[in-house]
Design a protein around this ligand. Structure first.
Ligand SMILES: [Ca+2]
Length: 423
């Protein structure tokens, strides 16, 4: 009897012990995860704060200083952040080395470095993107709206996107390039009439200005999940999904070329045009399609657009500087793209005929002025242990700041986060 009781007691104790040990382990792992989550979150925020500091320095030291801008060109400190930020954030020594490089003795500084956290920063700007806010809402101007329509058709012009416009969408509907571009604008403009425009992008010459005229009728209210067109500015690029003809494939292909910031671009300052210093390699083909003669040979144009994309990337180089600093440079390069490519990348196969692009036409879409960057797009990621936090934040240099550190300093009132998303 005593033996049975002892065995029973042992069995119960063992079960309890196992249960206790599993529970402790789970608690421990949960605590570790919670710690890492906090670490990653705080690290990501710290990096954004450093980003803000870089924007501040850019504004104070470079943007307002005409002499430096003339001497160095449009240098943007943020473009260099990916090179030094991760290094100084991870280790105290590297920060001290960097400081020593500037002749500063940082050996006595304590508490620098984020510890065992891996961070990445990916700076970008929306200034070189197609701003849909320019074509939406109540105050749009016809010329600006037409320019946005043209750039939208231009960005889709390449034949490699043909498939996107040949297949039916989830509702069995087909939509060609011009119809899709119109739908994107009509969804967000205040009026209820199909935007006409005169799309310049080659291949659309036959349909330019024609196509269906009259009231907007995209039948958004006829599906299983009916809705009405917004008829006001988009709040985010994701919202473009709601326009007819825009699906996941479309967003994958073109989402990165679109923006809705700034919401209130100043049209007089070229705010609705693509800023030349913000235009990156992938958008160069669009410029070729927009600037090409209407009667250009379609195949030659496609080859040229592809070649100019490569040339753009080569010109940008590793630092990601804008490939062209004015329209004329682009026009000159397009006259004979192989000549320049053979100097930049000797041995690259190139057999493409040049073309005379129309500089005046291109200037309708491109702002060449030497204006400082307005919209910064920062993608920050911080990883601690198994936890990773990604933050996408957009800073508008001219947005009103409701929470300045010093309310009496008027300059602090300008510039604020426009968008902030943690994943
Ligand atoms: Ca509308």
């Amino acid at each position: 009897m005593a033996l049975i009781i002892t065995l029973l007691a042992l069995a119960i104790l063992t079960t309890l012990l196992t249960e206790f040990s599993v529970q402790t382990n789970v608690d421990y792992q949960t605590a570790l995860n919670a710690r890492d989550e906090l670490r990653a979150e705080l690290a990501a925020r710290s990096v954004l704060d450093i980003g803000r500091l870089i924007i501040y320095l850019q504004k104070k030291l470079l943007d307002g200083n005409r002499q430096i801008r003339q001497m160095l060109g449009p240098v943007n400190l943020m473009d260099f952040a990916p090179m030094f930020l991760p290094a100084i954030a991870e280790s105290t020594n590297e920060f001290k080395d960097l400081a020593a490089g500037f002749g500063i003795d940082a050996s006595a500084i304590k508490g620098i470095g984020l510890g065992p956290v891996r961070i990445e920063i990916e700076p970008d700007s929306d200034d070189g993107r197609i701003n849909l806010s320019c074509a939406g809402g109540r105050t749009n101007q016809v010329a600006t709206q037409n320019a946005i329509l043209d750039t939208l058709v231009g960005v889709m012009a390449d034949p490699r996107y043909d498939r996107l416009f040949e297949l039916a969408d989830a509702n069995g509907q087909f939509s060609d390039r011009l119809t899709t571009a119109r739908a994107i604008i009509d969804f967000s403009d205040a009026d209820e009439v199909i935007v006409q425009g005169t799309p310049l992008a080659t291949g659309q010459a036959a349909t330019a200005g024609s196509g269906p005229a009259g009231p907007e009728d995209y039948r958004y209210d006829s599906g299983d999940d009916p809705y009405l067109p917004k008829n006001n500015k988009y709040d985010s690029v994701e919202e473009v999904h709601l326009a007819k003809g825009v699906g996941d494939d479309f967003m994958m292909a073109f989402g990165d070329f679109l923006t809705v910031y700034p919401f209130n671009p100043s049209v007089s300052q070229g705010g609705c045009k693509l800023q030349i210093t913000g235009i990156r390699g992938p958008l160069v083909p669009m410029l070729v399609y927009l600037g090409a003669p209407q009667n250009a040979n379609r195949n030659e144009l496609t080859l040229l657009a592809g070649q100019m994309r490569i040339l753009g990337d080569k010109r940008s180089g590793l630092t990601g500087t804008p490939p062209f600093s004015n329209v004329q440079e682009l026009v000159d390069a397009a006259k004979d793209p192989c000549a320049e490519l053979s100097t930049l990348a000797p041995g690259t196969a190139c057999n493409v005929a040049g073309m005379q692009l129309d500089a005046a036409k291109l200037k309708q879409f491109i702002d060449e002025s030497d204006r400082p960057r307005r919209i910064y797009r920062l993608r920050v990621s911080a990883a601690a242990g198994k936890v990773r936090r990604r933050v996408t934040a957009i800073w508008d240099n001219e947005l009103f700041n409701p929470h300045p550190i010093n309310p009496d300093d008027a300059s602090q009132r300008q510039g604020f986060w426009q968008y902030y998303r943690v994943e």
